[in-house]
Design a protein around this ligand. Structure first.
Ligand code: SF4
Length: 306
Protein backbone atom coordinates (compact mmCIF):
# COMPACT_ATOMS: atom_id res chain seq x y z
CA UNK A 1 0.00 0.00 0.00
CA UNK A 2 1.27 3.52 -0.80
CA UNK A 3 2.40 5.89 1.94
CA UNK A 4 -0.30 7.73 3.87
CA UNK A 5 -0.95 11.33 2.93
CA UNK A 6 -1.52 12.28 6.54
CA UNK A 7 -1.11 10.70 9.98
CA UNK A 8 -3.75 11.31 12.65
CA UNK A 9 -3.38 10.41 16.31
CA UNK A 10 -6.68 9.50 17.92
CA UNK A 11 -6.32 11.30 21.27
CA UNK A 12 -8.98 10.36 23.78
CA UNK A 13 -6.98 11.91 26.60
CA UNK A 14 -6.55 8.45 28.11
CA UNK A 15 -3.23 7.32 29.53
CA UNK A 16 -1.97 5.57 26.42
CA UNK A 17 -3.08 7.88 23.63
CA UNK A 18 -1.70 10.77 25.65
CA UNK A 19 1.61 8.95 26.12
CA UNK A 20 1.84 8.65 22.32
CA UNK A 21 1.28 12.38 21.95
CA UNK A 22 3.95 13.15 24.56
CA UNK A 23 6.36 10.83 22.72
CA UNK A 24 5.85 12.71 19.46
CA UNK A 25 6.17 16.14 21.06
CA UNK A 26 9.30 15.10 23.01
CA UNK A 27 10.88 13.56 19.92
CA UNK A 28 10.81 9.99 21.25
CA UNK A 29 8.76 9.06 18.19
CA UNK A 30 9.55 10.78 14.90
CA UNK A 31 6.79 13.21 13.99
CA UNK A 32 5.27 12.14 10.66
CA UNK A 33 5.42 14.67 7.81
CA UNK A 34 1.77 15.69 7.99
CA UNK A 35 0.58 15.03 11.50
CA UNK A 36 -2.64 16.01 13.25
CA UNK A 37 -4.23 15.11 16.57
CA UNK A 38 -7.91 14.19 16.64
CA UNK A 39 -10.26 14.30 19.58
CA UNK A 40 -14.02 14.05 20.10
CA UNK A 41 -16.28 15.50 22.76
CA UNK A 42 -19.44 13.55 23.61
CA UNK A 43 -20.34 16.35 26.05
CA UNK A 44 -19.97 14.41 29.28
CA UNK A 45 -16.31 13.50 29.59
CA UNK A 46 -14.68 13.48 32.99
CA UNK A 47 -13.88 17.13 33.84
CA UNK A 48 -10.27 16.10 34.50
CA UNK A 49 -10.07 14.84 30.92
CA UNK A 50 -11.31 18.20 29.63
CA UNK A 51 -8.48 19.86 31.56
CA UNK A 52 -5.95 17.39 30.15
CA UNK A 53 -7.23 18.06 26.61
CA UNK A 54 -6.87 21.80 27.18
CA UNK A 55 -3.23 21.31 28.19
CA UNK A 56 -2.60 18.90 25.30
CA UNK A 57 -3.96 21.47 22.87
CA UNK A 58 -1.57 24.10 24.28
CA UNK A 59 1.32 21.64 24.12
CA UNK A 60 0.50 20.93 20.46
CA UNK A 61 0.26 24.62 19.65
CA UNK A 62 3.76 25.06 21.08
CA UNK A 63 5.01 22.14 18.97
CA UNK A 64 3.34 23.34 15.75
CA UNK A 65 0.87 20.43 15.70
CA UNK A 66 -2.78 20.94 14.76
CA UNK A 67 -5.20 19.66 17.41
CA UNK A 68 -8.81 19.19 16.31
CA UNK A 69 -11.78 18.45 18.52
CA UNK A 70 -14.72 17.25 16.45
CA UNK A 71 -17.63 19.72 16.80
CA UNK A 72 -20.30 17.16 17.77
CA UNK A 73 -22.80 15.55 18.04
CA UNK A 74 -23.33 15.77 21.79
CA UNK A 75 -24.26 12.49 23.50
CA UNK A 76 -25.08 14.17 26.81
CA UNK A 77 -27.59 16.59 25.26
CA UNK A 78 -29.09 13.87 23.08
CA UNK A 79 -29.74 11.62 26.09
CA UNK A 80 -30.94 14.28 28.50
CA UNK A 81 -33.32 15.73 25.88
CA UNK A 82 -34.28 12.39 24.39
CA UNK A 83 -37.79 12.28 25.79
CA UNK A 84 -38.66 15.98 25.49
CA UNK A 85 -37.60 16.07 21.82
CA UNK A 86 -39.61 12.94 21.06
CA UNK A 87 -36.52 11.31 19.61
CA UNK A 88 -37.21 7.80 18.32
CA UNK A 89 -33.63 6.62 18.10
CA UNK A 90 -30.42 7.21 20.03
CA UNK A 91 -26.99 5.82 19.37
CA UNK A 92 -26.89 4.88 23.02
CA UNK A 93 -24.23 3.57 25.36
CA UNK A 94 -24.71 -0.09 26.22
CA UNK A 95 -26.65 0.68 29.37
CA UNK A 96 -27.84 -2.03 31.71
CA UNK A 97 -31.27 -3.57 31.78
CA UNK A 98 -33.08 -5.51 34.50
CA UNK A 99 -35.57 -8.32 34.21
CA UNK A 100 -37.47 -10.19 36.90
CA UNK A 101 -39.08 -13.46 35.85
CA UNK A 102 -42.84 -13.25 36.14
CA UNK A 103 -42.91 -9.47 36.59
CA UNK A 104 -43.84 -8.58 33.02
CA UNK A 105 -47.18 -7.11 34.14
CA UNK A 106 -45.54 -4.49 36.38
CA UNK A 107 -45.67 -1.11 34.57
CA UNK A 108 -42.14 0.04 33.76
CA UNK A 109 -42.32 3.31 35.76
CA UNK A 110 -42.96 1.12 38.85
CA UNK A 111 -40.36 -1.50 38.06
CA UNK A 112 -37.45 0.14 39.89
CA UNK A 113 -39.39 0.30 43.14
CA UNK A 114 -40.57 -3.27 42.61
CA UNK A 115 -36.98 -4.49 42.10
CA UNK A 116 -35.80 -2.57 45.15
CA UNK A 117 -38.51 -4.10 47.34
CA UNK A 118 -37.81 -7.58 46.03
CA UNK A 119 -34.11 -7.20 46.66
CA UNK A 120 -34.56 -5.99 50.21
CA UNK A 121 -37.34 -8.37 51.24
CA UNK A 122 -36.33 -11.62 49.54
CA UNK A 123 -32.81 -11.08 48.20
CA UNK A 124 -33.97 -11.91 44.66
CA UNK A 125 -31.69 -10.33 42.08
CA UNK A 126 -32.87 -9.30 38.60
CA UNK A 127 -31.37 -10.80 35.46
CA UNK A 128 -28.94 -8.21 34.13
CA UNK A 129 -28.85 -7.46 30.41
CA UNK A 130 -27.23 -4.82 28.28
CA UNK A 131 -28.25 -2.65 25.33
CA UNK A 132 -26.10 -2.63 22.19
CA UNK A 133 -23.12 -0.27 22.18
CA UNK A 134 -23.67 2.40 19.56
CA UNK A 135 -22.31 5.56 21.20
CA UNK A 136 -18.63 5.22 20.34
CA UNK A 137 -19.26 4.79 16.63
CA UNK A 138 -21.42 7.88 16.17
CA UNK A 139 -20.22 10.26 18.87
CA UNK A 140 -16.51 9.54 18.74
CA UNK A 141 -15.26 7.67 15.66
CA UNK A 142 -17.61 9.07 12.99
CA UNK A 143 -17.34 12.54 14.55
CA UNK A 144 -13.52 12.43 14.38
CA UNK A 145 -13.48 11.03 10.85
CA UNK A 146 -15.82 13.77 9.67
CA UNK A 147 -13.68 16.43 11.35
CA UNK A 148 -10.60 14.86 9.75
CA UNK A 149 -12.09 15.05 6.26
CA UNK A 150 -13.14 18.68 6.83
CA UNK A 151 -9.60 19.46 8.04
CA UNK A 152 -7.98 17.81 5.01
CA UNK A 153 -10.34 19.71 2.73
CA UNK A 154 -9.58 23.07 4.32
CA UNK A 155 -5.85 22.64 4.79
CA UNK A 156 -4.85 20.50 1.80
CA UNK A 157 -7.82 20.83 -0.56
CA UNK A 158 -8.42 17.08 -0.36
CA UNK A 159 -11.96 16.10 -1.37
CA UNK A 160 -14.21 15.50 1.63
CA UNK A 161 -16.22 12.94 -0.31
CA UNK A 162 -15.36 9.61 1.30
CA UNK A 163 -15.57 7.48 -1.85
CA UNK A 164 -13.07 9.72 -3.65
CA UNK A 165 -10.38 9.13 -1.02
CA UNK A 166 -7.75 6.56 -1.93
CA UNK A 167 -7.19 3.52 0.28
CA UNK A 168 -4.74 4.18 3.09
CA UNK A 169 -4.78 7.98 2.58
CA UNK A 170 -5.00 8.47 6.35
CA UNK A 171 -2.95 6.53 8.86
CA UNK A 172 -4.70 6.61 12.20
CA UNK A 173 -2.67 5.91 15.32
CA UNK A 174 -4.40 4.12 18.18
CA UNK A 175 -2.82 3.94 21.63
CA UNK A 176 -3.28 0.25 22.46
CA UNK A 177 -0.39 -1.13 24.50
CA UNK A 178 1.53 -4.33 23.74
CA UNK A 179 -0.52 -6.32 26.27
CA UNK A 180 -3.69 -5.21 24.47
CA UNK A 181 -2.71 -6.61 21.06
CA UNK A 182 -5.89 -8.71 21.04
CA UNK A 183 -7.94 -5.49 20.86
CA UNK A 184 -6.44 -4.51 17.49
CA UNK A 185 -8.50 -4.72 14.32
CA UNK A 186 -8.43 -3.70 10.69
CA UNK A 187 -10.05 -0.43 9.70
CA UNK A 188 -13.54 -0.80 8.28
CA UNK A 189 -13.05 2.47 6.35
CA UNK A 190 -10.97 2.03 3.20
CA UNK A 191 -9.20 5.39 3.23
CA UNK A 192 -8.06 4.86 6.85
CA UNK A 193 -5.31 2.47 7.84
CA UNK A 194 -4.96 1.77 11.55
CA UNK A 195 -1.56 1.63 13.22
CA UNK A 196 -0.58 0.80 16.80
CA UNK A 197 2.76 2.48 17.55
CA UNK A 198 2.96 1.49 21.24
CA UNK A 199 2.68 -2.16 20.25
CA UNK A 200 5.33 -1.73 17.55
CA UNK A 201 7.62 -0.18 20.16
CA UNK A 202 6.94 -2.96 22.67
CA UNK A 203 5.29 -0.70 25.25
CA UNK A 204 2.95 -2.63 27.50
CA UNK A 205 0.77 -0.78 30.01
CA UNK A 206 3.42 -0.94 32.74
CA UNK A 207 6.08 0.45 30.43
CA UNK A 208 3.75 3.30 29.44
CA UNK A 209 3.34 4.21 33.12
CA UNK A 210 7.13 4.01 33.42
CA UNK A 211 7.39 6.54 30.56
CA UNK A 212 5.20 8.99 32.50
CA UNK A 213 7.24 8.54 35.66
CA UNK A 214 10.61 8.83 33.91
CA UNK A 215 9.56 12.05 32.20
CA UNK A 216 7.73 13.58 35.19
CA UNK A 217 4.39 13.70 33.35
CA UNK A 218 1.17 13.62 35.38
CA UNK A 219 -0.90 10.51 34.71
CA UNK A 220 -4.43 11.44 33.65
CA UNK A 221 -7.71 9.71 34.50
CA UNK A 222 -9.49 7.08 32.41
CA UNK A 223 -10.99 8.74 29.39
CA UNK A 224 -14.65 7.84 29.79
CA UNK A 225 -17.96 9.64 29.97
CA UNK A 226 -19.22 10.66 33.41
CA UNK A 227 -22.15 8.31 32.89
CA UNK A 228 -20.40 5.53 30.97
CA UNK A 229 -21.86 2.05 31.39
CA UNK A 230 -18.40 0.88 32.50
CA UNK A 231 -18.16 3.10 35.59
CA UNK A 232 -18.20 1.34 38.93
CA UNK A 233 -19.45 2.36 42.35
CA UNK A 234 -15.97 3.42 43.52
CA UNK A 235 -15.73 5.68 40.51
CA UNK A 236 -19.10 7.25 41.29
CA UNK A 237 -18.26 7.63 44.95
CA UNK A 238 -15.08 9.55 44.07
CA UNK A 239 -16.98 11.64 41.52
CA UNK A 240 -19.71 12.50 44.01
CA UNK A 241 -17.12 13.59 46.58
CA UNK A 242 -14.87 15.60 44.29
CA UNK A 243 -16.53 16.53 41.01
CA UNK A 244 -20.08 17.81 41.61
CA UNK A 245 -20.64 18.96 38.00
CA UNK A 246 -19.69 15.56 36.60
CA UNK A 247 -21.88 13.95 39.23
CA UNK A 248 -24.95 16.01 38.39
CA UNK A 249 -24.51 15.27 34.69
CA UNK A 250 -24.30 11.53 35.41
CA UNK A 251 -27.44 11.68 37.58
CA UNK A 252 -29.30 13.65 34.87
CA UNK A 253 -28.41 10.99 32.31
CA UNK A 254 -29.56 8.16 34.60
CA UNK A 255 -32.83 10.03 35.28
CA UNK A 256 -33.32 10.42 31.51
CA UNK A 257 -32.72 6.76 30.64
CA UNK A 258 -35.24 5.83 33.34
CA UNK A 259 -37.87 7.22 30.96
CA UNK A 260 -36.72 5.36 27.88
CA UNK A 261 -39.89 3.26 27.89
CA UNK A 262 -41.35 6.42 26.32
CA UNK A 263 -38.90 5.97 23.43
CA UNK A 264 -40.00 2.42 22.81
CA UNK A 265 -37.80 0.35 25.14
CA UNK A 266 -40.79 -1.22 26.80
CA UNK A 267 -39.54 -4.62 27.95
CA UNK A 268 -37.22 -3.61 30.77
CA UNK A 269 -35.98 -0.60 32.73
CA UNK A 270 -32.63 0.90 31.69
CA UNK A 271 -29.88 1.87 34.15
CA UNK A 272 -26.54 3.66 33.80
CA UNK A 273 -24.98 1.57 36.57
CA UNK A 274 -24.62 -2.20 36.48
CA UNK A 275 -25.62 -2.18 40.15
CA UNK A 276 -29.16 -1.36 38.89
CA UNK A 277 -29.31 1.35 41.54
CA UNK A 278 -30.32 4.80 40.37
CA UNK A 279 -27.40 7.18 40.71
CA UNK A 280 -29.55 9.63 42.67
CA UNK A 281 -29.98 6.98 45.39
CA UNK A 282 -26.32 6.01 45.66
CA UNK A 283 -25.06 8.66 48.14
CA UNK A 284 -27.71 7.71 50.69
CA UNK A 285 -26.68 4.07 50.41
CA UNK A 286 -22.98 4.73 50.72
CA UNK A 287 -22.37 3.56 47.12
CA UNK A 288 -21.45 -0.04 48.07
CA UNK A 289 -18.99 -2.53 46.66
CA UNK A 290 -18.07 -2.84 42.98
CA UNK A 291 -19.20 -5.84 41.02
CA UNK A 292 -16.05 -7.62 39.68
CA UNK A 293 -17.98 -8.32 36.43
CA UNK A 294 -17.40 -4.67 35.51
CA UNK A 295 -13.69 -5.38 35.04
CA UNK A 296 -14.52 -7.42 31.96
CA UNK A 297 -16.14 -4.49 30.17
CA UNK A 298 -13.97 -3.25 27.32
CA UNK A 299 -14.31 -1.10 24.25
CA UNK A 300 -12.00 -2.12 21.42
CA UNK A 301 -12.53 1.03 19.37
CA UNK A 302 -9.45 2.77 20.76
CA UNK A 303 -11.62 5.86 21.31
CA UNK A 304 -12.90 5.14 24.85
CA UNK A 305 -10.45 4.19 27.59
CA UNK A 306 -12.37 1.21 28.90
S1 SF4 B 1 -16.96 6.46 27.25
FE1 SF4 B 1 -18.64 4.98 27.49
S2 SF4 B 1 -20.55 6.20 27.23
FE2 SF4 B 1 -18.83 7.45 26.44
S3 SF4 B 1 -18.78 7.06 24.25
FE3 SF4 B 1 -17.35 5.58 25.21
S4 SF4 B 1 -18.56 3.71 25.64
FE4 SF4 B 1 -19.99 5.41 25.19
Amino acid sequence: MSKPFITALSHSGGVQSHALLEMVVRGDIEKPFRFVVLNSDPGMEDSRTYELIRRAREMCRGAGIDYITAPGPNLYHDIVNSVSTGQRRIDNPPYWTAKIQGASKIPLPEMYEFIENLRSTSGIEPIIGKLKQKCTGLYKIAAMDRAMRAYMGQKYSVSDVTKRLRPGLVEKWIGFAADEWHRCSESDTKYIKLRYPLIELGYDKAKVIGYYIKNGINIGPRSVCASCFSNGLDFYSEMHANRPNDWSKAVEVDNAVEKWHLLGITEFPVFVSRSLIRLRDMPERGFGIDDPALENQHCNSGACFI
